[in-house]
Design a protein around this ligand. Structure first.
Ligand SMILES: [Cu+2]
Length: 132
């Protein structure tokens, strides 16, 4: 009986990545809450500004958002409270650093945060055979 329970538990965890979750980050008081977030591949993260003029820029420039995101029809310039946007993270990443441009800087300075994306690299073969 104990073994059956363990197997069921293992199945539950094994199938968890199929259920994408949405994570909330509050933008307010010159900080991101939670500051450091760990998610699973395929999950979404929603930033919501509830106070002050801020934006969210990846240290590596891969995204820059506030009222939507640059390059996807939105505007990543710092903007007053009221905006919210959602990003989907489809690939594992050890530490994605981001910051608010007016109140932070790359490398975790000032108003900044991190996202770690856990999961298996499932596109290792498609990467290898990708045409340039
Ligand atoms: Cu800010």
């Amino acid at each position: 009986m104990k073994n059956v329970r363990l197997i069921l538990l293992a199945l539950l965890f094994a199938t968890t990545p199929l259920l994408a979750a949405d994570h909330q980050i509050l933008v307010s008081n010159f900080s991101f809450t939670p500051e450091n977030l760990t998610i699973q591949v395929g999950d979404t993260v929603t930033w919501t500004n509830e106070g002050g003029t801020h934006n969210v820029r990846a240290d590596d420039g891969s995204f820059r958002c506030a009222n939507g995101c640059d390059g996807t029809g939105g505007n990543g310039d710092p903007a007053p409270a009221g905006w919210s946007f959602t990003l989907t993270f489809d690939e594992p990443a050890e530490l994605i650093r981001y910051h608010c441009e007016p109140h932070g800087a790359p490398g975790g300075v000032g108003m900044a945060g991190t996202i770690t994306v856990e999961g298996l690299e499932d596109d290792i073969f498609s990467d290898r055979f990708e045409t340039p």
